[in-house]
Write a protein that binds this ligand. Sequence first.
Ligand SMILES: *Cc1c(COP(=O)(O)O)cnc(C)c1O
Length: 441
Amino acid sequence: MAEVLNDDTLIAGTMYREWLERYPLLEEIVALNEVTWLNPAVQPVATVLPELDVGTGDVDAADARLKRFAPYIARAFPETAAAGGVIESPVRRIDTVWLKCDHALPISGSIKARGGIYEVLAYAERLLLEEERATDVTQIDYAALGEPAYREFFSRYSIAVGSTGNLGLSIGIMGAKIGFSVTVHMSADARRWKKDLLRSLGVTVIEYADDYSAAVAEGRRQAEADPHCHFVDDENSVTLFMGYAVAARRLAVQFVDAGVVVDADHPLYAYLPCGVGGGPGGVAFGLKLAFGDSVRCFFAEPTHSPAMLLGLYTGLHDEVCVQDFGIDNRTAADGLAVGRPSGFVGKRMHALIDGVFTVDDDTMFRELALLYRNEGIALEPSALAGIVGPPRITAALGRVRGSAGDAGAPIHLVWSTGGGMVPADQMAEYRETGERLLAGS
Ligand SMILES: *Cc1c(COP(=O)(O)O)cnc(C)c1O
């Protein structure tokens, strides 16, 4: 439950009454009702992109780096061999929408297999270059990186990360495989099985009774003291962001192969579950580069963790957190249980994110059960946040048609962000929760 806010409760030095006058939707957000917010500050890609300190060149570099590592990935993770060591998921049509199946990403079964794995590889490559084992990347024998001499080299370095679960899983699996010593600082939301799995791989897992922001802060503090330790900064990392962004150009190829045309008459609407914002932010950035103004990106958050919504709506970005407004950041969507949004993402993407909507936990559970019933697809709760996007956004755009409506027939793309590694008993529990809710409604 949200705490009761009185009219004269002070939030960041301003009375709640004044907040409500400027941001009327806050009343619904604070009441934990599902809301849909269309961003009035969205601007054309051609206006926004030239002003940013990140661009196509950064995504090119990430794409090229992933290609260099592909021979190593293919050997280290045989499940990726058929795809030549490229870590990618299919896009599937389900009824009237497309599902981007990141729950089926190899290695760690969530969208974090993009950013997280990429950042571990980028760090490994940087060490090889800096320690003068190689003067440039053409001298690195990537396919040999799994051999003992390399593992011994990497074992002198460590990686630390704060996580609600899936980022820790991706960094831990990849980091341990290549030879790093990895420490994952897990927030209270992280599931037991994720911690157990990491420990079985030799990863150090430190548990916190507090939420994600606290786990990140403590991880950052501990890593700072150690020059041989790389801290993966989920709140600010450009590297993670670029790892996610590569997804969009691969999707563009998948759409071409599937005969799906995205243009002004067939705009793409992408629905992206959002925690701290790096994953959806990076993907949205890549989508805007790939499809220009023919794509609209909508972020989905739990009603109890509307961090990015608050940051964008108030323009305060990481200077505001859900707890400031008495919202508890407690949700079964553990991958989205983030109270304070990434400032890096909010400040760069505020004119490129087309809207944010919030979703009740019960809604996610019902959708989880339905998708399994109808399609046999098993997702974790976080991954269902986007699925209610098409009707919600269509209705919201309909209310403002004329000013913001699109002429053409949109292609709806729901990003399914995780669930591939959830143990069967945990998944059965999720489904039962959803079935119970469906039976009761
Ligand atoms: C991490 C995560 C997200 C959101 O990514 P952020 O970078 O935290 O915004 C969405 N879904 C799942 C399953 C995740 O693990």
